[in-house]
Design a protein. Structure first.
Length: 169
């Protein structure tokens, strides 16, 4: 009986800490990636540390500008994997891969909360590929980052890792 009450209490506490406002769209982080140089594939890492007004510590794209963090939906990567099965996280130079959120429907100015404390503001959707297009575009004739990549500025920092929630506010 005591064990059942402890489990019930635990579930009640956990449930109350995850209550979200009505109409919140939630998903989760599938991977986090960084690179120390621009123009190269990012590598998946166990966690990233984001600083307000700067971006991701140790990432080449961090700085005082509007594209501090790049995001891409895992569902978009899945569509590209139909053409190139060996695609790993980070190959599109994305910092955060999400699941369950239609990132391409976001507009600049919208905000996302990730993990417990990270607050991001969407600043741009899509970007031009470098030079004559990335290696993926040359191999398949298509690249999703120019259409589906989401770029953000960090409003409030914190630490993120795969499995954490992300929500459109």
């Amino acid at each position: 009986m005591l064990c059942s009450l402890a489990i019930f209490y635990f579930i009640a506490v956990i449930s109350s800490s995850f209550t979200e406002p009505a109409n919140t769209i939630m998903g989760y982080i599938e991977a986090v990636c960084i690179s120390t140089e621009k123009g190269v594939v990012k590598e998946a890492v166990p966690e990233i540390v984001l600083r307000a007004g700067w971006g991701i510590e140790g990432d080449a794209h961090a700085g005082e500008w509007h594209r501090q963090v790049s995001m891409l939906a895992g569902e978009s990567i899945d569509r590209m994997r139909e053409k190139m099965h060996e695609l790993d996280h980070g190959v599109f130079a994305e910092n955060i891969v999400t699941r369950g959120i239609d990132l391409v429907s976001l507009v600049p100015g919208e905000r996302l909360q990730a993990g417990e404390s990270v607050l991001l503001e969407v600043t741009q959707i899509g970007k031009e590929c470098h030079n004559d297009g990335c290696a993926i575009q040359r191999a398949t004739g298509d690249c999703i980052m120019p259409r589906e990549g989401v770029f953000c500025r960090v409003l409030q920092g914190g630490t993120l890792q795969a499995g954490m929630m992300v929500a459109v506010l």
